[in-house]
Design a protein around this ligand. Structure first.
Ligand code: PLP
Length: 491
């Protein structure tokens, strides 16, 4: 790595990205390529001789950019967005530049120590109880994704319980979530060796905004206990993926704790917003949980990947995940005065994620971050108001955080078609057609979910560059496509 050549090429890449951001609104938000497009364009084998950065960047523009879905576009309203920022991106660049592999303290003390400090700062910003901080006996760790956070905590909970009741009881362990819990929970449980027949997805309903009810949880647990099974783990979600439903953490913990279960709070998306005092109540009761995680890469100006996991009892992770091969032995570890994060996670090697979070926190400060999140919630409120005013639509569940779930209503379709009745399936198909029509036009991008048989369009505000005029524009497009689709159905 020649420093001067690195400088030259580095400037080129930064210039390239600056142009990309300048022009980002010119690209179709959802990539319009067909499957296999890239294989047709690229050579069959890697180049034998070096190529210049100039040539490579030309090909990035020509071949890669068309195959990108532009998550950073201000017209991106799909899934849950992934908010990037100058500080996040440059922090990531610094971390990649240092390229340290901080598996234990000695392998890069700054990496470990900064992570512990930043996680404590975040815990304070979220008003988490002291028991989730290092000074309170707990602590935080940065992982790639929520999937890893959940796998780690299930594994810790599993081993703690099996140590008491015997390893051969693993097939009796039961895990609980709702029918809205993210699929990563069930995948993690499967990897952790929990029998799939012991996965309980407790039913939720539209009447209760798809939140998990404590009494439904209790009924499920009691049925299992009566059948001789053993409750292990509950995931309570604050901000579910489909509709941003909020499970009542406190009351659910009260039920789970009667059965000595581990409770994890998955606030992958919504947890970010809980640094705003007016939204903090959404995680009330978290003090009773064992672990809590949120994805800073979703909505905290911190680029992918950065899942922040807080635990009350780090020893439970260390007991089941620590490894101590000779080649990693060192004096610092022997003193037991340092954190060796390799023992808190599945993998050994790990990235210096704390650096980008530190840059984000220092560059923007808490006040700005709160206002950033609030602006997004306000834009979603505005979008929801516009949907409500157009009688052709219905809000499927009341807006939560910055997510609006809406659909073309049955009444509107009946009025336009002159029919007396419409099957739910037909209504779903029509909404799906509307969404596809909007997305293939390329000017904005939204995604859907199907909950309790209802196909809904999700409008998720969270891209860093989105401003109110983008929301107005998106709504105009929705109306335009709706009018065209309904016109086709007029008798
Ligand atoms: N949990 C919730 C509530 C989510 O919304 C998501 C992703 O959107 C996840 C978990 C999965 O996150 P990850 O991709 O970080 O594993």
């Amino acid at each position: 790595l020649d420093p001067e050549e690195f400088r030259r090429q580095g400037y080129m890449v930064i210039d390239f990205l600056a142009e990309y951001y300048k022009n980002i609104e010119k690209y179709p938000v959802r990539s319009q390529v067909e499957p296999g497009y890239l294989r047709k364009r690229l050579p069959e084998s890697a180049p034998y001789n070096p190529e210049s950065m100039e040539t490579i960047l030309k090909d990035v523009q020509k071949d890669i950019v068309p195959g990108l879905t532009h998550w950073q576009s201000p017209n991106y309203f799909a899934y849950f967005p992934s908010s990037g920022s100058t500080a996040g991106l440059l922090g990531e660049t610094l971390a990649a530049g240092f390229n340290v592999v901080g598996f234990n303290w000695i392998s890069s003390p700054a990496s470990t120590e900064l992570e512990s400090i930043v996680m404590d700062w975040l815990a304070n910003m979220l008003s988490l109880p002291k028991s989730f901080t290092f000074s309170g006996g707990g602590g935080g760790v940065m992982m790639g994704t929520t999937c890893e956070a959940i796998l780690t905590t299930i594994t810790a909970a599993r081993d703690a319980l099996l140590d008491q009741i015997g390893r051969d009881n693993i097939n009796k362990l039961v895990i609980y979530g709702s029918d809205q819990t993210h699929c990563s929970f069930f995948k993690s449980a499967k990897i952790a060796g929990i029998s799939p027949k012991n996965f309980r997805t407790v039913k939720t309903s539209r009447a209760h905004a798809f939140a998990l009810k404590p009494e439904s949880l209790r009924a499920a647990i009691e049925a299992d206990v009566n059948a001789g099974l053993i409750p292990l783990f509950l995931v309570a979600t604050v901000g579910t993926t489909s509709t941003a439903a909020v499970d009542a953490v406190g009351p659910l913990c009260d039920v789970a704790k009667e059965y000595n279960m581990w409770v994890h709070v998955d606030a992958a998306y919504a947890g970010n917003a809980c640094i705003c005092p007016e939204l903090r109540h959404m995680i009330d009761g978290v003090e009773k949980a064992d672990s809590f995680s949120f994805n800073a890469h979703k909505w905290f100006l911190t680029t992918l990947d950065c899942c922040c996991l807080f635990v009350k009892d780090p020893d439970s992770l260390v007991r089941c995940l620590s490894t101590n091969p000779e080649y990693l032995k060192n004096k610092a570890t022997d003193t037991q005065q340092v954190v060796d994060y390799k023992d808190w996670q599945i993998t050994l090697s790990r990235r210096f994620r704390a650096l980008k979070m530190w840059l984000v926190l220092r560059s923007y400060g808490v006040d700005y971050l709160r206002n950033f999140l609030r602006t997004h919630v306000d834009m979603a409120v505005y979008f929801e108001q516009m949907v409500t005013m157009d009688k052709r639509f219905e809000i499927v569940v009341p807006r939560s955080f910055s997510l609006v779930c809406f659909r073309l209503s049955a009444a509107a379709v009946l009025q336009y078609s002159g029919q007396k009745f419409i099957e739910e399936e037909t209504l779903n198909d029509l909404n799906s057609e509307l969404l596809e029509s909007i997305n293939s036009d390329g000017r904005i991008y939204m995604t859907h979910s199907l909950v309790d048989g209802i196909f809904m369009i999700r409008f998720a505000v969270g891209a860093t560059l989105t401003e109110i005029h983008h929301v107005t524009y998106a709504w105009k497009l929705v109306q335009e496509h709706t009018s065209a689709i309904l016109a086709r159905r007029i008798r």
